[in-house]
Write a protein that binds this ligand. Structure first.
Ligand code: ATP
Ligand code: MG
Length: 417
């Protein structure tokens, strides 16, 4: 019997894993400088939190959730995103009592039942950051700049930052009505999904990826024309901070994002090198979500980075270095083998990657293995060497060789490493 992994669920293997680790390490480093601390929330949550948080009339909740009933007859869901669980945790653990602002980041798998294709998986990974407790646009700017710094730290530049403001509970109704008036005229010509969105959430029509719908909505009312005074000011102030820091951005009035919880600022980072799935990161402000989850009124903003798409970009830019051992210890005879084992253990304890040979193959095949591993040095210990307390060394890269006392081996590699 041969088993296959599930569709849309990928194995991540060496050497690719090195690219993942580069991104994760850079995120840890950069985020910590901005005061973000890691938070780990469960993969499984009560289905309600996603319905409540992301919104009933969204693609994620309507079509993409991995929901099932557990043995206790509860409806649970594999998290499709990280913000709702973090907000659930924030409210449950009263994290507003921590010094403000409360800044967290997370990293881990998300699950969406989507059609697998390039850049789109059913299990995919995000690194996300969320900041609670600040209403001022300077924190919006801080997050966007932090994200830009992360992308630059891993060597990605030339990405587009698209920005919009989608207003708040005060200005949304007038805009919604303007959209209803506009779409209502030709409603029958839109796709069935958009016709449904017209009833449930007309803003989502702006996000429809179907070409015909895109053409039909040309000339639709623009959200930023409908912002109330406070949203307008927030948006203008944010843009002027971004200008002051020379963050290049494009205004995209159609950027409504696929989650209902957003208010005011929304943004997306896109790349021209990814084909149809071009968004590598996305985020926005969600000033009402903590309150909706039963917590105290707390403004908040966050973003999430799609790891697979970043890895694709990173691999395009630079080849991944395959790691290789510093030393391979080849031995002949039982006693030498034990001595070889001791030597690799000592080297490892000094922080050096060392490999040994396992059980009595010929010297030729041991050295072949050293070569395949890409080892820089081979140490050879036969019975004669062992008696003399010596080892032969070979630099496999530059074809030099010599002899070293077994007692001096660690010193030799401590110097060359
Ligand atoms: P998309 O437009 O690609 O469907 P989205 O609006 O559904 O994105 P978000 O929920 O904002 O995406 O998630 C943030 C990021 O996570 C995206 O910009 C993308 O990089 C990544 N992402 C989302 N869904 C997937 C998926 N199914 N497979 C791989 N990455 C994904
Ligand atoms: Mg999506």
């Amino acid at each position: 019997m041969k088993y296959n992994g599930l569709k849309g669920m990928e194995d991540i293997l060496p050497p690719d894993i090195a690219a993942w680790q580069v991104i994760e390490a850079a995120a840890r480093d950069i985020f910590s400088r901005y005061g973000f601390q890691e938070i780990r929330v469960p993969i499984l949550e009560s289905t309600d939190i996603f319905i409540r948080g992301i919104g009933e009339a969204t693609d994620i909740v309507e079509k993409e959730m991995y929901t099932f009933t557990d043995k206790g007859n509860r409806s649970v869901a594999m998290r499709p995103e990280g913000t709702a669980p973090v907000v659930r945790c924030f409210v449950e653990k009263n994290l507003q009592t921590l010094p403000s602002p409360q800044k967290f980041y997370y990293s881990g798998p998300m699950f969406r039942y989507e059609r697998p294709q390039k850049g789109r998986f059913r299990q995919f990974y995000q690194i996300g950051a969320e900041a609670f407790g600040v209403a001022a646009p300077s924190i919006d700017a801080e997050l966007i700049i932090m994200l830009k710094n992360l992308l630059e730290a891993i060597g990605l530049s030339g990405l587009n930052f698209e920005i919009n403001s989608i207003g708040c509970a005060e200005c949304r109704p007038a805009y919604r009505q303007a959209l209803l008036d506009f779409f209502g005229d030709k409603l029958a010509e839109y796709c069935p999904d958009c016709q449904r969105r017209y009833e449930t959430n007309p803003l989502r029509i702006l996000d429809c990826k179907i070409e015909r719908c895109g053409a039909l909505r040309k000339g639709a009312p623009i959200v930023t024309d409908y912002l109330c005074e406070s949203c307008r000011k927030h948006f203008d102030d944010l843009l002027s901070i971004l200008n002051a820091f020379n963050v290049p951005y494009t205004l995209n009035p159609n950027l409504v994002r696929g989650l209902d919880y957003y208010t005011k600022t929304t943004f997306e980072v896109t790349s021209e090198h990814l084909g149809a799935q071009k968004a590598v990161a996305a985020g926005g402000r969600y000033d009402r979500l903590v309150e909706e989850f039963g917590g105290p009124a707390t403004p908040a903003i966050g973003f999430a980075v799609g790891m697979e798409r970043l890895v694709t970009l990173l691999k395009e830019k630079q080849s991944i270095e395959v790691p290789s051992p510093k030393v391979f210890v080849a031995t002949l005879g039982k006693e030498s083998e034990l001595e070889g084992f001791r030597i690799v253990e000592t080297l490892r304890s000094q922080g050096i990657w060392a490999e040994q040979s396992y059980g009595g193959s010929s010297l030729k095949s041991q050295l072949r293995r050293a070569d395949r591993l890409g080892a820089e040095f081979a140490l050879i210990i036969g019975e004669n060497e062992l008696k003399a307390g010596k080892a032969q060394w070979k630099n496999l890269k530059v074809k030099e060789q010599g002899e070293v006392a077994i007692a001096d081996i660690t010193a030799l590699f401590a110097i060359t490493s």
